[in-house]
Design a protein around this ligand. Structure first.
Ligand code: PNS
Length: 161
């Protein structure tokens, strides 16, 4: 689609939560296509492998207009490669702000013309994070309201339940 607005929604997605899904849907209000970009991120030791994280997003997000890619290296390089100029990030609380602000300014320094757009998730999802979901699932808590059924099953398998 020529002139279509393309947004990149990057993250570790370890695993994808209802908070991520909410932001993907909100992005589609101003972007024609949203590329969910799963970071390989060698600095982190994810619970789910890259292939597992991608597969769980594929099972969870079925909206038209959403594409799924993984990337290694700098986010701005990936963003440029696919011809996008918008990076979408979620801001849940003040505690997110410092890191997100730093990252947005670093990305702008690296690549003029790529803008970061911050979206606020639904109020009832503001406390949600992948790390909390992992922790709750690790100790046998019920995460069914926080993630898709596919992710809940994958977490149960991961923790041997
Ligand atoms: O879900 P996360 O872990 O908060 O996502 C962070 C992510 C993957 C978006 C960020 O670490 C990233 O962009 N990594 C790619 C490497 C890069 O470009 N680093 C410089 C950012 S200033």
């Amino acid at each position: 689609m020529s002139g279509a607005r393309l947004a990149v929604y990057p993250g570790s997605f370890d695993p994808i939560t209802r908070g991520h899904v909410d932001l993907i849907r909100r992005s589609l209000a101003f972007a024609d296509r949203v590329v969910v970009a799963v970071a390989v991120n060698p600095a982190k030791q994810p619970l789910f492998t890259l292939d597992e994280r991608v597969a769980l997003i594929r099972e969870t997000v079925t909206e038209p207009g959403v594409e799924l890619r993984s990337f290694d290296g700098l986010l701005v390089d990936f963003t440029r490669q696919i011809g996008a100029t918008l990076i979408v990030r979620g801001l849940r609380a003040v505690s997110d702000f410092e890191y997100e602000f730093q990252m947005a300014l670093m990305n702008r320094t690296l690549a003029q013309g790529i803008e970061t757009v911050f979206l606020v998730p639904a109020f009832d999802l503001t406390y949600l994070s992948s790390s909390l979901v992992r922790e709750v699932a690790r100790f046998g808590g019920d995460v069914s309201a926080l993630v898709s059924p596919a992710v809940a099953r994958a977490l149960a398998r991961k923790f041997g339940r």
